[in-house]
Ligand binder design. Structure first.
Ligand SMILES: [Zn+2]
Length: 119
């Protein structure tokens, strides 16, 4: 299957997670705009995130929302699926299981080992 097909699957997956986290409820936190925000809005413009969405995401799920939104942004700008550490393509099965993954498996395990050494 084409990577692009997987990416649209992942996108739907992420948007579902945002909905599960009461994303529309978060949108209601800004009544002055008279509308709520959907994941599609995030898709359209990244400046939306800076100006408006950042203010909206004040719930206790902010961290989870942030990583999901960041993943959507990476999907929109085409950098999704590349390891933040080494720039390699992240394994597709890993992305499907963990859509917000930032690192490939080797880099992730390196980081986990380093974290263990510190603790
Ligand atoms: Zn890597």
């Amino acid at each position: 299957m084409e990577a692009a097909t997987h990416y649209s699957e992942i996108k739907v997956n992420i948007e579902q997670k945002l909905n599960e986290m009461n994303w529309t409820g978060v949108g209601r936190a800004a009544p002055e705009t008279g509308r709520s925000y959907t994941a599609d809005d995030i898709d359209r413009a990244s400046e939306l995130r800076d100006k408006e969405v950042a203010n909206l995401v004040t719930c206790h799920t902010k961290r989870s929302c942030d990583s999901l939104l960041a993943a959507l942004e990476r999907l929109a700008e085409g950098s999704y699926g590349l390891c933040s550490e080494c720039g390699d393509q992240i394994n597709m099965n890993r992305l499907l299981a963990h859509p917000t993954s930032l690192y490939c498996v080797p880099c992730q395990s390196k980081k986990e080992k380093a974290a263990k050494r510190l603790s």
